[in-house]
Design a protein around this ligand. Structure first.
Ligand code: UDP
Ligand code: MG
Length: 335
């Protein structure tokens, strides 16, 4: 809703911003050029994620000059994924497009995303085909993170960034997922809906420098790998089974040799005994992990399922989208 004109926007653009004073103006002019082409009511939601440079002042000025600009000002730096979440919360459009402020996600692609949305896709995500300006180590870390994620959850999200269009329905479903360790790319895949991919060539940062630290990159990979599967927890089962198996093989072999009158030296038996004990311990640890994992799943408080639409129901009270999203009901329902 444009609170100043009462016209609900068709498009919302969500942009998390952290210390981007050098690039913000360029970004804004490239963005508005694309927006003007769309020719529909639109808004730009900037989320200032606790910038310490001149970003806040620039955003304030833009909001004063352009009635489509809204600014959500964080009290401190909460991180990219949280800033993006806030932008999604504040966006009012029927289609919401998120992209970075550093021009690495070319605003010129917006037209293509919108075209897919008009074809009926509810999630239009982008896949980058080149990643210039990334050091070897970063690229390697990134790939490792995606490999871990693929191993643990079977999701292949390599070369995707948070540059996407979400239809209102998909966005509301996403918003019902309030888990604290946020990995939006995984969640967007998780919610389903009709999804379509648009390839693009990632650009270099227009100016400024990357604010994601090595630590954040690693954290993000860990969140991705852990939040979408309990497989890592179940490693203990595998290890326990392996050790017990080895001990069992030893016992059989030792008994056979003993029967043939060639008993094995005692240290070997001791080692087998230790392996058996550790095996038991790991199995129990796996079991414990199972309970912890179930509790973890529960605390994420995800909706159990997401409904795109229902047909043939009376529009009864209590079946509104708002009710469906309540924590008691555990589902998202649109009528
Ligand atoms: N960003 C943010 N909070 C942070 C770090 C980054 O809102 O704590 C924003 C940043 O301004 C940019 C986007 O998130 O618009 C991506 O950040 P960056 O370019 O540093 O990451 P990269 O593109 O290298 O993954
Ligand atoms: Mg960037």
């Amino acid at each position: 809703m444009d609170y100043r004109t009462d016209i609900p926007p068709t498009f919302s653009l969500v942009v998390p911003v952290y210390n981007e004073q050098d690039v913000l103006e360029t970004f804004y002019s490239r963005l508005t050029a694309e927006f003007d082409k769309l020719g529909e009511p639109s808004e730009i939601v900037f989320v200032n994620d606790g910038s310490t440079d001149g970003t806040a002042a620039i955003l304030r000025r833009l909001a004063g000059e352009d009635r489509r600009v809204r600014v959500v000002e964080f009290s401190r730096n909460f991180g990219h994924q949280t800033a993006l979440t806030a932008g999604y919360d504040y966006a009012a459009g029927r289609a919401v497009i998120s992209l970075d402020a550093d021009c690495q996600h070319p605003p010129e692609l917006i037209g293509q995303l919108v075209a897919r949305w008009r074809e009926g896709f509810e999630v239009v995500y982008t896949v980058r085909t080149g990643m210039p300006g990334e050091s070897g180590l970063y690229a390697r870390l990134r790939r490792l993170g995606y490999r871990l994620l693929r191993l643990s959850s079977g999701q292949d999200l390599s070369n995707q960034a948070d540059f996407r269009l979400l239809d209102r329905k998909a966005l509301d479903a996403l918003k019902a997922h309030r888990e604290s360790g946020r990995f939006l790319r995984g969640l967007v895949r998780h919610i389903g809906f009709r999804q379509s991919a648009v390839p693009y060539k990632a650009a270099r940062r227009a100016a400024g420098k990357r604010s994601y630290t090595m630590k954040q990159t690693l954290e993000m990979s860990a969140v991705g790998a852990v939040y979408f599967s309990l497989k890592p927890l179940r490693l203990a089962y595998g290890l326990g089974g392996l050790l017990l198996g080895a001990a069992a093989v030893y016992i059989v072999a030792a008994l056979a040799l003993w029967g043939m009158g060639r008993p094995l030296p005692w240290p070997a038996s001791l080692a087998a005994g230790i392996a058996a004990l550790f095996g038991c311990q790991f199995l129990l640890l796996g079991l414990l992990g199972e309970y912890v994992g179930r509790t973890f799943e529960q605390t994420k408080g995800r909706p159990l399922y997401v409904v795109r639409e229902t047909l043939g129901f009376a529009p009864a009270a209590g079946r509104s989208a708002r009710d469906g999203e309540s924590r008691e009901n555990r589902y998202v329902l649109y009528t």
